[in-house]
Design a protein around this ligand. Structure first.
Ligand SMILES: Nc1ncnc2c1ncn2[C@@H]1O[C@H](COP(=O)(O)OP(=O)(O)O)[C@@H](O)[C@H]1O
Ligand SMILES: [Mg+2]
Length: 235
């Protein structure tokens, strides 16, 4: 499931008399099982692009298709279902709920996902264990290090078993060791068939882990190499 395509996608913001073209006429085809990196300097439109593809924001013009179905043709309910079931998002600033524990933050991701209440806690704690946070479940975000918060944010995105994982600057605030850990984790997930779409300003990171790297500059895709021919991964 989940081939993602963007057609002439635009997202403009009005700032006073000025128009900011955060995403400007971008077309992109992302295959199931790909590990794609979107690279660009700060302000180039990466986060806006991820939010559009994840159905969290609406384009000014252009179209996004998931497995051939246009996102803008979905009802409100269908769109929520796409966000709740297919999409996992690790936000640049984590967006953890400050007054909830790590465990509760991860559990909340299952709230809109038809998961029975009694299973939420179990699934959430298993995912936190997998990410090495067994002893941090009862901590609130403020009492966790940057690397730990990042892993809680990952756990929250992954606990839904999304078919597409969006990771916005997943290593932005991390030291070398934590960066490696996140990179390896993304690779492992990708190996299990998950589509990974990572935004980063770090070209080295992208080169090391992603199958394909595209670049954004002032909202435009300035380099979009052809999909590599990856044999068994082709779709
Ligand atoms: N809500 C908003 N209102 C106005 N301008 C915005 C908004 N969000 C982003 N922008 C602008 O859009 C451009 C792209 O932002 P963003 O997608 O966050 O870039 P990146 O993630 O690559 O740093 C920037 O110029 C930013 O200031
Ligand atoms: Mg960003």
């Amino acid at each position: 499931m989940s081939r993602l395509r963007a057609f002439e996608l635009c997202r403009y913001y009005r700032r006073g008399p000025q128009e900011v073209r955060a995403v400007d006429n971008v077309s992109l085809d992302i295959r199931r099982g790909e590990f794609l990196a979107i690279v660009g300097s700060s302000g180039s439109g990466k986060s806006t692009m991820l939010n559009l593809l994840a159905g969290l924001d609406t384009p000014t013009s252009g179209r996004i298709e998931v497995d051939g179905t246009a996102l803008n043709s979905l009802s409100r309910r269908e769109l929520s279902s796409y966000r709740a079931k297919q999409v996992g998002m690790v936000f640049q600033s984590f967006n953890l709920v400050a007054h909830h524990t790590a465990l509760k933050n991860v559990e909340l991701a299952l709230f809109f996902n038809d998961t029975p209440a009694r299973e939420r806690r179990l699934l959430a704690s298993h995912m936190l264990e997998r990410l090495g946070l067994t002893n941090r479940m009862d901590h609130k975000p403020a009492d966790l290090s940057g690397g730990e918060q990042q892993r809680v944010a990952m756990a929250r995105a992954l606990v839904k078993k999304p078919s597409i994982l969006f990771a916005d600057e997943p290593t932005g605030n991390l030291d070398h060791e934590n960066t490696e850990q996140i990179g390896q984790m993304l690779t492992e997930l990708n190996g299990q068939g998950q589509t990974i779409i990572m935004a980063t300003h770090d070209l080295e990171l992208a080169r090391r882990y992603a199958h394909r790297t595209v670049r954004m500059n002032y909202g435009r895709l300035i380099e979009a190499p052809q999909l590599p021919d990856r044999g068994e991964k082709s779709q």
